[in-house]
Write a protein that binds this ligand. Structure first.
Ligand code: NAD
Length: 481
């Protein structure tokens, strides 16, 4: 299918009629095109968003929540198609796209629609006055998202942005345009007012840059890589735009000596290799207490070697393709670097497939890879690889585990595995990060703050934090008689 821009409620090509090819990374086949837009298309989208702003923000929050519910209904009715488009664009297993991407895209709209009803008027009483806090729309907001969880992450921003009365100009990743198009199809089907949601496809330095620079876009919510995030901040901050930056991660999975080993093995496998390690939350550094390390590692290697790496549509596939040949080469270069830095590859590192369907020689496949023996400060261990590559490290005390966990520039997430919840909780609070899971991973309550510290980002999204980001508080102070 060919994706199109969605501007003012109409599907249009890029003004200059240029396109980009959309490639299925599991087969190398061209599956469609998307517009190669530029600043002129962004200008049209901003004009449409500004024209829709007054009426949209004049609706009550309940009326806007009803629109989110209609979008959720429309997406839910096309969930299978959503999963298939996501799987074709990204190369991820279809079962994963159904369970995670399609489900969560619906849930994001549903969650914010319901959450809106639970908000109460904030009031602060003084002896001689009463303060009200009103949340006003910012205006037109810019949303820029990556390829790893395309509609999951886009809907995570669109839903609260619309709920708070803003109109949107969004730019999905140029590698994964198809489900953003589906969202626009649904918006059109359910009759969302024209101009409230606008999507402009294209390259980051062309469309993304124009969004960052546009003076009428007053807030930017960006999810993507840390170096792009640095550029986003450098461009937008001097214009005093509100900024939310959700960036890269290099997360630690810490298995203590008292962990339930079976549970920890399951969790470590899932954290390491979900979506071929292409989730910002993936636990790519596995820290094992020395007393259980050998036992754990023997079983872990065995399980990783058994993982089925194959065609995304094959129901037994656990590891699909990486996002592109270019990304595959980047991940392989890190495995090579790991070897040069003194690591030993215990599993994977090769492109062979083991699934029932295939093989597809042009697919960007890489087997799940374990590297042992690296110093925890080496480049392979501290830089984000964003692929199916984990490294193994041993520690003797909780303090040593904490020091290792904190020895990267990133601070997004992590997990701790232990039967002693108090000990794990104490350890969790010493990790420099935004989220720590204990005896679980990627277990999300959408009301909680999501985001990172250090080079993993600035700000939080989720629940109240999203509503805060996508609104401007107005304090009205009324003096008593
Ligand atoms: P990326 O930074 O290359 O691209 C992200 C988006 O930014 C894309 O839409 C891209 O076109 C756009 N972009 C690129 N250059 C731009 C520019 N100059 N101006 C404006 N926009 C520009 O990231 P990616 O490769 O698409 O995604 C992978 C990265 O995203 C990883 O680092 C991963 O950790 C991170 N990520 C973070 C989270 C989180 O919540 N913290 C979630 C998912 C992914």
């Amino acid at each position: 299918m060919n994706a199109m821009n969605f501007i003012g409620g109409i599907f249009v090509d890029a003004e200059h009629q240029q396109t980009i090819e959309n490639i299925n990374p599991a087969t190398g086949e061209r599956i469609g095109t998307l517009p190669r837009s530029d600043a002129s298309d962004v200008e049209s989208a901003v004009n449409a968003a500004k024209a829709a702003q007054k009426e949209w923000s004049a609706l009550s929050i309940q009326e806007r929540a009803n629109w989110l519910d209609r979008l959720a209904d429309g997406l839910a009715a096309r969930k299978e198609e959503l999963a298939r488009r996501e799987s074709r664009d990204t190369g991820k297993p279809l079962v994963l796209a159904r369970r995670v991407d399609a489900q969560r895209s619906v849930d994001n709209f549903r969650f914010f629609a319901t959450y809106a009803q639970q908000q109460e008027q904030e009031v602060f009483e003084m002896d001689d006055a009463t303060n009200f806090v009103h949340r006003k729309a910012i205006g037109t907001v810019g949303l820029i998202t990556p390829w790893n969880l395309p509609l999951y992450l886009l809907s995570w921003k669109v839903a609260p942005a619309l709920l708070m009365g803003n109109t949107v100009v969004a730019k999905p990743s140029e590698l994964t345009p198809s489900t953003a198009n589906l969202l626009c199809e649904v918006a059109s089907e359910v009759g969302l007012p024209d101009g409230v949601l606008n999507v402009v496809h294209g390259y980051g330095p062309e469309v993304g840059q124009a969004i960052l620079e546009h003076p009428s876009i007053r807030a930017i919510s960006f999810t993507g890589g840390t170096s792009t995030g640095r550029h986003v901040a450098a461009t937008s901050a001097p214009m005093f735009k509100k900024l939310s930056l959700e960036l890269g991660g290099k997360n630690a999975t810490i298995v203590l000596d008292d962990a339930d080993l079976e549970l920890a093995l399951d969790g470590t496998l899932r954290a390491g290799f979900t979506n071929s390690g292409q989730v910002c939350l993936c636990g790519s550094r596995i820290l094992l207490h020395a007393s259980i390390a050998d036992r754990f590692l023997a079983k872990f290697v065995e399980r990783v070697e058994r993982m089925v790496c194959g065609a995304p549509e094959d129901e037994s596939t656990q590891i699909g393709a990486l996002i592109s040949q270019e990304h595959l080469r980047k991940v392989e270069s890190y495995i090579q670097l790991g070897i040069e830095e003194g690591g030993a590859v215990l599993a994977g590192g090769t492109r062979e497939m083991t699934g029932q369907v295939g093989p597809t020689p042009d697919g960007a496949f890489l087997r799940p890879t374990i590297i042992d023996g690296l110093n925890h400060t080496s480049r392979t261990v501290t830089e984000e690889i964003f692929g199916p590559v984990v490294t193994i490290h041993r520690f003797d005390s909780d303090d040593e585990a904490i020091a290792m966990a904190n020895s990267t520039q990133y601070g997004l997430a992590g997990s701790v595995w232990s039967k002693d919840a108090e000990r794990a909780h104490a350890l969790a609070q010493k990790i420099e990060t935004g989220i720590v899971w204990i005896n679980t991973w990627l277990h999300r309550d959408l009301r909680t703050p999501f985001g990172g510290v250090k080079n993993s980002g600035v700000g939080r999204e989720g629940g109240y934090w999203s509503l805060n980001f996508f609104s401007e508080p107005l304090n009205v102070c009324i003096k008593h008689d």
